[in-house]
Design a protein around this ligand. Structure first.
Ligand code: MG
Length: 156
């Protein structure tokens, strides 16, 4: 078995769609980034990449590469889950936490699990928790959203 942890954060900006865990969430601002800036997908990707011991998200999808401009992060995660499979591992468990002062994410968690399961990680093997940051720091001031993830890989 292998374990990995991942973290990501993105700035909230006007004129962007807010996509978290593969789900578009109605909100006046969205996350800024080279791709769709899906902070939860990115944290999970780094957790899986870390467990595989093959660098980080930037190694596989450099933000200088125009191929990944506005990329759908769900597709990138799918690629990483497939990379794990090709390396002889299945994603046995993902636990994650998204930190956002606003909007309230709880109503979207089930939808995120369904969306994330399109990447090959079984829906019943994904846990997502949503928290605010109690008004503290960049999350608390509504400047951005952050996510943490851990994953367990199991030898196939
Ligand atoms: Mg990111």
């Amino acid at each position: 078995m292998r374990i990995g942890c991942g973290y990501d954060s993105h700035r909230l900006a006007e004129g962007r769609r807010l996509i978290i865990g593969g789900v578009e969430i109605p909100f006046p601002r969205g996350l800024a980034g080279h791709s769709d800036a899906d902070v939860l997908c990115h944290a999970i990707m780094d957790a899986v990449i870390g467990a595989l011991g093959v660098g980080d998200i930037g190694t596989h999808f450099p933000d200088t590469d125009p191929r990944w401009k506005n990329a759908v992060s769900l597709e990138l995660l799918k690629y990483i889950v497939e990379l794990a499979r090709m390396s002889g591992y299945r994603v046995a468990w993902v636990d994650s936490t998204v930190l956002a002062e606003q909007p309230r994410l709880a109503p979207h968690i089930e939808g995120m699990k369904v969306a994330l399961s399109q990447t090959g990680i079984p829906e019943q093997c994904i846990n997502i928790k949503a928290k605010t940051n109690e008004g503290m720091g960049f999350v608390g001031r509504g400047e951005g959203i952050a996510a943490y993830a851990v994953c367990l890989l199991d030898k196939i």
